[in-house]
Design a protein around this ligand. Structure first.
Ligand code: 3HC
Length: 293
């Protein structure tokens, strides 16, 4: 199967990786061919580390990378499936889907990895709403075993069945969600992360104690503030804005500190600092601006 992934950030690269690992051709797109190549190089470097640790063979890495192609946009015209993972912004996603709708063969399924945006609205930007569907992966994509399939008002049963089968063939458990903000998982998870920021903002506990609280008290694999850093504080803010607007309840209002962190450029792991500071992807301590003198 030929799959094209638009957006080569954490999610896009991870999605391209899992498809390529299963023998599918994965076209990787970013803002330019040069930028996509940089993301492919980054993926190659991270896979090389797995070879050094004895977690993957060199042959498996070479085969995987041979399936990841960086090409001009026109190469996706005959893709069977396109997954967009671009900025979590309705206008940006609609513009891209509309362009892809004009570029691709009529059978191509257009999927979105959106965290919270309405699939029905995104589908309306195309002439094939029955072939538009949510394929929501979880970070880190190669590790997390879930794909949430989201159906819009006009998504066909055939499209749902195809992506459901595909998700299962990738070794993932699939769940089916109706098109409501946040679908199943993020509707529960992201308000909890926002509340953790609120708890910090109210000085109820320190960054480390908020995280330790949920790890040791509830057995979460990582604390909510560390997880927010991994997801991206800009994404958490955008999703909470969508919840607040669409669901209309003040319980979804983004925490004030979350807005300040994003305004200050602290976006989490990807910017080198969020609630924690990172060096080459490794957490090295709490962000000093959050430590009381
Ligand atoms: N990419 C690829 N592989 C990764 C990885 C990454 N970013 N991070 C960790 N791994 C792999 C490691 O290589 C290791 O695999 P191996 O045993 O084959 O070498 C395995 O995952 C376990 O990693 P570690 O031992 O280094 O670390 P942990 O055991 O602490 O696990 C974790 C790390 C998997 C990230 C774990 O802390 C976890 O599950 N955290 C919660 C993640 C979560 O909640 N994700 C959902 C976020 S919400 C979302 O994505 C939706 C979006 O719309 C917002």
């Amino acid at each position: 199967m030929k799959v094209a992934v638009f957006g080569a950030g954490t999610m896009g690269s991870g999605i391209a990786q899992v498809f390529a690992a299963k023998g599918h051709t994965a076209l990787m797109y970013a803002s330019s061919v040069a930028s996509a190549q940089k993301h492919k190089d980054k993926l190659a470097a991270s896979l090389q580390k797995r070879v050094e640790k004895g977690k993957m063979t060199q042959e498996a890495v070479d085969a995987l990378l041979a399936n990841v192609l960086v090409e001009e946009k026109s190469a996706c015209a005959d893709a069977d499936l396109i997954i967009e993972c671009v900025k979590e912004d309705m206008a940006t996603k609609k513009e891209l889907l509309n362009e892809l709708d004009g570029l691709c063969k009529p059978e191509t399924i257009l999927a979105s990895n959106t965290s919270s945006i309405s699939m029905t609205s995104l589908a309306a930007a195309t002439s094939r709403p029955e072939k538009v569907v949510g394929m929501h992966f979880f970070s880190p994509v190669p590790v997390m075993s879930l794909v949430e399939i989201v159906y819009g008002l006009r998504t066909s049963k055939e499209t749902i069945d195809i992506v459901d089968e595909l998700g299962k063939s990738m070794g993932k458990r699939t769940i089916l969600a109706k098109d409501k903000p946040g679908f199943i998982v993020n509707r529960m998870l992201l308000p909890m992360l926002n509340e953790a920021v609120q708890v910090l903002d109210e000085d109820i506990g320190t960054v480390e104690d908020v995280d330790e609280g949920m790890m040791r008290g509830c057995n979460h694999p990582m604390g909510p503030l560390a997880l927010a850093d991994m997801i991206g504080l800009d994404i958490l803010l955008e999703v909470m804005e969508t919840f607040y607007l669409d669901l209309g309840d003040t319980k979804y209002r983004p925490a004030h500190l979350l807005r300040k962190m994003v305004s200050a450029g602290y976006l989490g792991r990807k910017s080198g600092a969020g609630f924690y500071v990172y060096d080459e992807g490794k957490k090295i301590g709490v962000n000093p601006v959050l430590v009381k003198a």
